[in-house]
Design a protein around this ligand. Structure first.
Ligand code: ADP
Ligand code: MG
Length: 258
């Protein structure tokens, strides 16, 4: 971990959030360690996406959140967007935008109003598109890509921000196994640079590759702990009602259906 990485990247206390008339997040307290990868898991409807949106300052809520030690609500929007990149679940994007333009959207927090992209913006976009192997399609529009290809472009947009903290909601959706493996390597690379990654993951075996795990059910956190801890494995099995079991396989933890 770099010296500049604070111990806690995101801290939240007393978080409550509603969608429509439904009270979704209930009294959430959490501390996400900096320079580590935390995966958020739990059954459908547990409130994972809602929590990630609240942490990204995209949804109204009560309670307080700090990002890298600063109160999130007081942080200017641009500064917040420089420090925290976001990849949403099932994001809708303009089919007419080119791959290059979508990745360049990730540079908006770094650009002056209506200013032309700088050399640094171009370099960041190229690096991000190459990292997700989307570089060859840079001239194509999103409408000309498959779901998985599109997902890699959205990932490139998030990478292009070069933020200290990355929040990703089901980033592996539509990705084939080789690109899921690439994503894992990419996250490991970000962590090695001292960045913080928080991802909601559907695939429990992928989620177990993370450093830490946050388990949710019914709008609450039921467990937070290291992915290698037996207590985390028991909490995982419990939240999925004993329908999965965690095993060690080839030096890695995997979730198998029971
Ligand atoms: P997860 O990502 O864990 O699957 P979500 O955070 O997307 O769960 O949703 C949490 C709960 O909020 C679900 O029960 C869902 O049905 C409900 N919900 C989502 N959007 C709305 C809405 N606009 N109004 C009311 N309830 C909603
Ligand atoms: Mg979700």
């Amino acid at each position: 971990m770099s010296k500049l990485t604070p111990l806690i990247a995101i801290q939240a206390s007393g978080i409550n959030a509603s969608l429509g008339h439904a009270h979704i997040l209930k009294d959430i307290d959490l501390a996400l360690p900096g320079g580590r990868w935390t995966s958020i898991v739990g059954p459908n409807g547990a409130g994972k996406s809602t929590l990630l949106k609240v942490l990204a300052h995209l949804l109204p809520h009560t309670g307080s959140i700090t990002l890298l030690g600063q109160p999130l609500a007081k942080l200017p929007a641009k500064r917040r967007a420089q420090q925290m990149a976001w990849l949403g679940q099932n994001e809708v994007t303009g089919d007419d935008l080119t791959v290059w333009d979508v990745a360049m959207l990730g540079r908006l927090p770094h650009q002056a109003w209506l200013a032309a992209p700088s050399a640094a913006d171009h370099a960041a976009v190229e690096q991000a598109l190459r990292a997700t192997q989307a570089w060859d399609w840079r001239g194509r529009t999103l409408g000309q890509l498959s779901g998985g290809e599109r997902q890699r472009v959205l990932l490139a947009r998030a990478l292009a921000v070069q933020a200290q903290v990355l929040l990703m909601d089901e980033p592996l959706a539509n990705l084939d196994p080789p690109h899921q493996a690439d994503w894992l390597h990419m996250v490991r690379g970000l962590i090695a640079q001292g960045k913080t990654v928080v991802s909601v993951l559907h695939e429990i075996s992928m989620a177990l590759h993370a450093d830490d795990m946050l388990i949710m059910a019914q709008g609450r956190i039921t467990h937070q702990g290291a992915c290698g801890d037996a207590a985390t494995h028991r909490a995982l099995e419990m939240v999925f009602e004993g329908r999965i079991a965690i095993h060690a396989l080839a030096g890695q933890w995997v979730a198998l259906p029971k």
